[in-house]
Design a protein around this ligand. Structure first.
Ligand code: ADP
Ligand code: MG
Length: 353
């Protein structure tokens, strides 16, 4: 059965919506390319006042974001927030705007959770439900962070195996799904689907410089700039192997790992300062460590101590993600097989109590 027929039938059987079907609630975010609200269906107002849906009104990039979300729903549904529907709303001013609807996954992004003084224990509570052992310590923190990293890499591996590079991986774009008690990726507005050439031309101006890998282009500038779809389908696995564009997301994920280990990197200014230091060390994380460790405060030392647990496998993993050359970075799939994840994560911890 043809993929496209299947996609068509699926799309046809699902309910379709239009503007008047939705009631808007609180604004959740506003970027250069769209505004995000909580929302609910007009016919079926949610018991919760704010609504059980999320609505993004997007500019011209909304078309790509709808495409990406449709593809993710069919190919790797658990990686991203549950997408409901997307359409072009033409009754508004010039050109119209794209409306995208998702299920409301939960209140908190990883960014919100990381800003709390309780991090990572607040995440432990959310993953395990009401608990628990109040003992705190570096081993426990490491297990929580390991569980978060595993969930992140699992979601990312789903996207990458589908042929999608996200290109804007950061804590603000990782939502905690209260239903599945796992982290999911959101905001496919900057994503590229290299297997079919969608959003093929990298839009560097979309990228968040705080989390972007040093390479300016995720695909070599020598590759053809805008292949027609069938050509791209035939070529892209080769182009993928040549350029390893997924390693761009791996770099961003490595930075998030560092932010979880080092509280000082969780603020904007702290992360920007870290990026400057790393650049000065030619993006060599080992060099960065040598330069800061001798005069490290107790908090920084504690971060190294956490990554050094179990023979330093955490440090080994993060140095395999944050590297200057994309080719030398690990993939999401290989990272999941890293010995750092051999140890039991959070669930096992709860059974042990
Ligand atoms: P942008 O960054 O382009 O403004 P996002 O897609 O990242 O748009 O959404 C903005 C914010 O809205 C997110 O940071 C998150 O707080 C919230 N949000 C987005 N999608 C969901 C969802 N499915 N469930 C809950 N909250 C969401
Ligand atoms: Mg976002």
């Amino acid at each position: 059965f043809d993929m496209f027929v299947l996609a068509f039938v699926e799309r046809f059987l699902r309910p379709t919506y239009r503007k008047d079907d939705f009631v808007l609630g609180k604004k959740l975010g506003e970027g250069a390319f769209g505004v995000v609200y909580r929302a609910s269906l007009a016919k079926k107002p949610s018991s919760k006042k704010e609504g059980d849906l999320v609505l993004k009104k997007a500019t011209e990039y909304g078309a790509v974001e709808i495409w990406m979300n449709e593809r993710v729903r069919r190919a790797c549904a658990n990686s991203c927030a549950d997408f409901v529907y997307g359409f072009l709303e033409t009754s508004s001013k010039k050109g119209g705007e794209y409306w995208l609807i998702w299920r409301f996954e939960g209140e908190a992004t990883l960014s919100d959770l990381m800003q709390s003084k309780e991090f990572p224990y607040n995440v432990e509570t959310m993953i395990l439900g009401e608990i628990q052992d109040m003992r705190k310590g570096i081993e426990r923190e490491n297990r929580i962070i390991q569980t978060i990293m595993r969930q992140l890499l699992f979601a990312l591996d789903g996207l990458h195996s589908t042929g999608i590079v996200h290109r804007d991986i950061k804590p603000q774009n990782v939502i905690f799904s209260e239903g599945s008690r796992t982290f999911k990726i959101i905001d496919l507005g900057a994503a590229a689907d290299l297997r079919v050439g969608i959003n093929y031309i990298p839009k560097e101006f979309l990228l968040d410089p705080r989390y972007a890998a040093p390479e300016q282009y995720i695909m070599s500038t020598q590759t053809p700039s805008a292949p027609s779809a069938p050509v791209a389908t035939a070529l892209s696995p080769v182009l993928w192997q040549m350029n390893l564009p997924d390693r761009f997301d791996i770099y961003s994920t490595g930075l998030m790992f560092l932010q979880m280990a080092f509280p000082a990197l969780r603020s904007d200014s702290g992360l920007i300062q870290f990026n400057r230091q790393l650049k000065r060390c030619d993006y060599d994380l080992v060099g960065w460590r040598k330069s800061v460790e001798p005069r490290a405060n107790s908090e920084l030392r504690r971060g190294f101590e956490l990554l050094d647990l179990d023979g330093g496998i955490g440090w080994e993993l993060v140095t395999s993600m944050v590297r200057y050359k994309a080719r030398q970075r690990t993939s999401a799939k290989a990272a999941l097989a890293h010995p750092y994840f051999d140890r039991e994560g959070l669930l096992a911890l709860s059974f042990m109590q």
